[in-house]
Ligand binder design. Sequence first.
Ligand SMILES: C[S@@+](CC[C@H](N)C(=O)[O-])C[C@H]1O[C@@H](n2cnc3c(N)ncnc32)[C@H](O)[C@@H]1O
Length: 305
Amino acid sequence: MVSSTTKYSLSLRKRSFSFVRRHSWLPLAATLLSAGLFIAALGLRSPRLWVMAAGILLAITSYVYGYSARALKYVNAPMLEQFHRRQYEKVWDSLAASSWQARWAASGEAAEAGLQRSAARAVSNILDLAKIGAGDDVLEIGCGVGRIGSELAPRCRFWTGVDISGNMLAVARTRLAKLQNVRLVKLDRAGLHPFEAHSFDVAYSTNVFDHLDKTDRWLYIREALRVLREGGRLFIDNTDLESDAGWNAFANGAGAFDDKERPPYTPTPATAAEYMTYARRAGFQQIQVHKRPSLLILTASKFTG
Ligand SMILES: C[S@@+](CC[C@H](N)C(=O)[O-])C[C@H]1O[C@@H](n2cnc3c(N)ncnc32)[C@H](O)[C@@H]1O
């Protein structure tokens, strides 16, 4: 049973959140104002009590500002009900309408430090399972703002990031500007048509296939086989429907939109069997599915001889 104190605190949180959402400028304005008061109190050599009061006010308003900035970044994803899932370019350009939104849509983190931190898990999975080496030419499918590319480019010979969203790539271009061995390529449709066969040693994709229609999952895996060199490695992750987190995401979504379409970017968990089938049908060998918390990871190699 929920106690009345808990109920009160939940309702207070809900009301504060909705207030801050309606007046998102207020916490920043209050922080600036109290910073001004604090500086004035110090500068005018006001009584110690006043300075302390202004300091406490500044601490409180800064805390509220930080809290609201964090809370507000979760409410910015538009529904985009006017698009269907396969209108990838329109959907992802809309989600990446500004640099801030692009970072958030790619990783759930808008600040640079958080973005870099959030890459650690995927980078470690890719290094562990795709065994990227210093001599490898590497392709990332759906590179977004270059969150993973900025970590992996320094570890390979040449890194190529492709994406269907020009807005995402614009942010990636700025973020990766200092790296010499990097190329960003805009796709005008799903597929790897800009690339010739046998161009890469590793093709990987993380945090992308969840958002694709099943037929495009298959299409990219078939295309990956074409662009990989003999012995080339494939790495793809997807939320695992058989994990508790994957199942909960799927089941909770079931009743969430009544008779409306889900947002076209809604992640769709998958099973190992689906990915094993695509890889086998494409002609990959050494096919494996690894289970990591909430994720399934397909790895496979190309041997045609
Ligand atoms: C959630 S973001 C992940 C970005 C990046 N992989 C990362 O982990 O930081 C998904 C990315 O996939 C891209 N994307 C969506 N559909 C695509 C498609 N059909 N082909 C290529 N990229 C696509 C989006 O533009 C977006 O940059």
